[in-house]
Write a protein that binds this ligand. Structure first.
Ligand SMILES: Nc1nc2c(ncn2[C@@H]2O[C@H](COP(=O)(O)OP(=O)(O)OP(=O)(O)O)[C@@H](O)[C@H]2O)c(=O)[nH]1
Ligand SMILES: [Mg+2]
Length: 295
């Protein structure tokens, strides 16, 4: 008897910052492997999220939101990473917020590949319920680019994601699976742990601060089933260190507790986590330093 045909391919998720790319990927694979926040430019690394079905494997590639406003070494590296991804995938999901088409979105449209199918994903429809307005919005978007297909979703509420998968599936080439069926991401536990801490920094610190910080693992040990993890948060100045720690250590404690709970869920085991602050200056424009972070 013949083996049933298997399809497997790469699907890039692109769009301007904050449209919901990482939220979409997490809900498509059913696990939180890519961090999300209300602030723009949360995602700083390409992350694969893997969804495997009996005869198909989707390898989603979450990318940093394309930056057009601030030019520095970090943004140049992030943008280059988006461009590289677009040229090497089987399908692209271009994500927009319902009823919002801005110049920043158009700059991403200008980068969309002509030879790869591009599906327009209109996200956050929970905030835009009027069908006629939505239809008019989609018609306007179609004037901007020859999208292969369109789907409207709410990533956050998991609406119409099965329909979106149906539109992507035909674009996956025939190929055996590239990852084991129970694998959900290409990233290591160490990477995921530092990302979880970064997400809490975005959630609990002011507007600018999280961008001036990075996180680094100082210790990772297994003690039986328990992971003992020490993570340093690198800040540029002593004053930032103070803000991170908070009054009586409250803020850092909250960040650390929430990060530990997320890690225990994702790693399915007990975690002993210590998060602490460390001063290291001028990293955002130091390209050599970026390379150490894989950008
Ligand atoms: N109401 C609503 N909010 C959403 C939806 N999807 C995502 N969001 C919110 O939009 C914000 C940004 O989501 P992210 O997934 O971090 O966006 P992103 O495109 O990955 O952003 P960058 O990584 O910064 O480029 C978060 O506050 C999400 O909760 C949705 O379907 N409805
Ligand atoms: Mg993101």
């Amino acid at each position: 008897m013949n083996e049933p045909e298997f399809h497997c391919g790469f699907v890039a998720i692109v769009g301007r910052p904050n449209v919901g790319k990482s939220t979409l990927m997490n809900h498509l694979i059913g696990q939180k492997v890519s961090i999300t926040s209300k602030k723009a430019q949360t995602t700083r690394h390409r992350v694969h999220g893997i969804h495997t079905e009996p005869t198909a494997q989707f390898i989603f590639v979450d990318t940093p939101g394309f930056q057009t406003f601030h030019r520095n070494a970090l943004n140049d590296a992030l943008n280059q990473s988006v461009r590289d991804t677009l040229s090497s995938v089987d399908c692209v999901l271009f994500v927009l917020e319902a009823k919002r088409l801005t110049d920043a979105d158009r700059e991403v449209i200008a980068l969309l590949p002509k030879k790869v199918p591009v599906v327009l994903v209109v996200n956050k429809i929970d905030k835009a319920k009027d069908r006629e307005e939505l239809a008019a919005f989609i018609a306007d978007c179609r004037q901007e680019f020859a999208f292969t297909d369109v789907e409207v979703v709410s990533a956050k509420h998991g609406q119409r994601l099965a329909e979106l998968l149906d539109k992507v599936r035909p674009h996956l080439p025939e190929s055996p699976p590239l990852y084991p069926e129970d694998m959900i991401t290409d990233k290591s536990e160490r990477f995921l742990a530092t990302e979880i801490v970064r997400e809490k920094l975005f959630r609990y610190l002011g507007e600018e601060l999280p961008y001036a910080m990075n996180v680094e693992i100082e210790l990772w040990e297994m003690e039986g089933e328990m992971r003992r993890i020490h993570i340093a948060v690198l800040v540029e100045k002593d004053s930032q260190k103070g803000i991170l720690i908070g009054k009586g250590g409250e803020k850092l404690k909250k960040i650390s507790t929430e990060a530990r709970l997320d890690m225990e869920k994702l790693f399915d085991g007990k975690v002993f986590l210590r998060v602490f602050a460390k001063v290291k200056s001028g990293w955002a424009d130091d390209v050599r330093f970026l390379k150490e972070f894989g950008l």
